[in-house]
Design a protein around this ligand. Structure first.
Ligand code: CA
Length: 231
């Protein structure tokens, strides 16, 4: 099991990561909120342990931004009684569990194991924009009621764009994350695959969700906020 520990206090980070490794976990650490959020979004972890007071970005912001980006990894927050926030805030913002500092290592392990046990069934966030839905857990994709069959590469590209819906995604980002750097960014392979996706996801349904940002890259439109009217 791969754990990301985001904790700026080196003594705690060292002690916790050594203890977790002794229990058989693979532990990666980040000592500030910016790196922590980036790694949680870009890499695959089975569970996150998030301190709250962090340089760059606090644990609450990381939690909220991950959930807003449909990153469903279980999150354990390390809260402090004297803090400006409390446990209720942690759960409101999308954390799954919390521990109040100081905590015993035995209790931390118990909480992590409990989170990991319940993780697979509950954690399969479906990515959406408008009536386009992509389920990374099952590899299936729908436009409205119609299931659309995508190849593995098409699916990976659609997933990458959807996870960043509303944001500009450059070709070099796509090359790095969807082709795993085996692709020369100047090649037209990305354009070709964008074309495949448009022919499967957009054109047959009269949509244009996959936008070209001329000279810069692509953007998956974010139309979820307009679904179901204003509220
Ligand atoms: Ca801290």
């Amino acid at each position: 099991m791969r754990v990301l520990l985001v904790e700026d206090e080196a003594v705690i980070a060292d002690a916790v990561s050594r203890g977790l490794r002794a229990e058989g976990f693979i532990v990666e650490t980040a000592d500030n909120g910016i790196d922590g959020l980036w790694r949680a979004q870009e890499e695959s972890f089975d569970v996150l342990v998030l301190d709250i007071m962090l340089p760059g970005k606090n644990g609450y912001e990381i939690c909220r931004e991950l959930r807003a980006a449909n990153v469903g990894v279980p999150i354990l927050m390390l809260t402090a009684k004297d803090g400006e926030y409390d446990e209720a805030d942690a759960l409101d913002l999308g954390a799954d569990d919390y521990l109040t500092k100081p905590f015993s290592f035995v209790v931390l392990i118990a909480h992590l194991r409990a989170l990991l046990r319940r993780a697979p069934a509950e954690r399969a966030p479906v990515l959406t924009t408008g009536d386009l839905r992509l389920d990374p857990g099952t590899g299936r994709c729908w436009r409205g009621e119609h299931e659309v069959v995508l190849t593995a590469r098409e699916f990976a590209l659609a997933e990458f764009l959807l996870r960043r819906k509303g944001q500009l995604v450059s070709k070099s980002m796509i090359a790095e994350h969807v082709w795993d750097a085996e692709l020369d960014v100047d090649s037209n392979v990305i354009e070709v695959y964008i074309g495949y996706l448009r022919r499967k996801l957009d054109k047959p349904f009269g949509r244009a969700d996959i936008e070209t940002v001329r000279g810069l890259g692509y953007r998956m439109s974010d139309t979820s906020e307009t679904m179901g009217g204003h509220s």
